[in-house]
Write a protein that binds this ligand. Structure first.
Ligand code: CA
Length: 225
């Protein structure tokens, strides 16, 4: 899952990015409304954390503009206590939820998780594929009874494949949802990570069916029974 933080207070923005990356999200940061709007309209995000008071374009203006553009990415607005009266206004402008500053990281995280769960394909937090299970809350991945240790990126890649079970996802889609804007991505980076993941979930279980399939010329799919 890839998130965008638009927040002009660098300290808040950077500590949020750090915390969310530890939760396996890919995170980009914009420090003003104009850059935030540009990123939100050109990159593929799964959720935006948007500060209300921003230089350039303010949060509610940016949210309204995104909705006008037809962009339906869930938005969590960050507001200072003194701006509480403006909440109704912000709701009208298309934000999905609010967190009042100062906030506890756990509270924001809970709201992020609940918003990401909202659309049908996000309903599940526990995924099963053949005898593989992935729990998006506890980060435990198992094949049969055996627990598999994945890196943050491998986990995010597997989760993305599982959320799109039954579909073939392209390298570009994987890059857009699993890596952030600042990552150094080489033409073979996705292939490389699919390789790491295969080693851990398929090749380590030679007696079991391989789950990740390459669809030549199109991308990858996870094959579940
Ligand atoms: Ca601000």
């Amino acid at each position: 899952m890839r998130l965008l933080i638009v927040e002009d207070e660098e300290k808040i923005a950077n500590s949020l990015k750090k915390g969310l990356e530890q939760e396996t999200y890919s995170v980009d940061v914009a420090y003003n409304g104009t850059d935030g709007y540009d990123l939100a309209s050109t990159e593929e995000y799964d959720l935006i954390i948007l500060d209300w008071m921003l230089p350039g374009m303010d949060g509610s203006e940016m949210c309204a503009q995104l909705r006008k553009d037809g962009i339906k990415i869930p938005v969590i607005m960050l507001t200072a206590k003194s701006e509480l009266g403006d909440k109704v206004n912000g709701l009208n402008r298309g934000a999905d939820d609010y967190v009042t500053k100062p906030f506890a990281f756990e509270e924001l995280l809970a709201r992020i998780k609940s918003l990401l769960r909202r659309p049908v394909n996000y309903l599940a937090t526990e995924f099963t594929c053949d005898d593989l299970t992935l729990n998006a809350n506890t980060y435990v991945v198992k094949r049969g009874e055996r627990e598999i240790n994945l890196s943050r990126r491998e986990f995010a890649l597997l989760e993305y494949l599982l959320r799109n079970e039954g579909k073939t996802v392209s390298k570009e889609q994987i890059t857009a949802h699993v890596w952030d804007y600042d990552s150094d991505i080489l033409p073979n980076t996705v292939e490389q990570y699919v390789g790491y993941l295969r080693t851990k979930i398929d090749r380590s279980f030679p007696n079991k069916p391989a789950l990740i399939k390459t669809v030549r010329g199109f991308g990858y799919t996870i094959n579940c029974r």
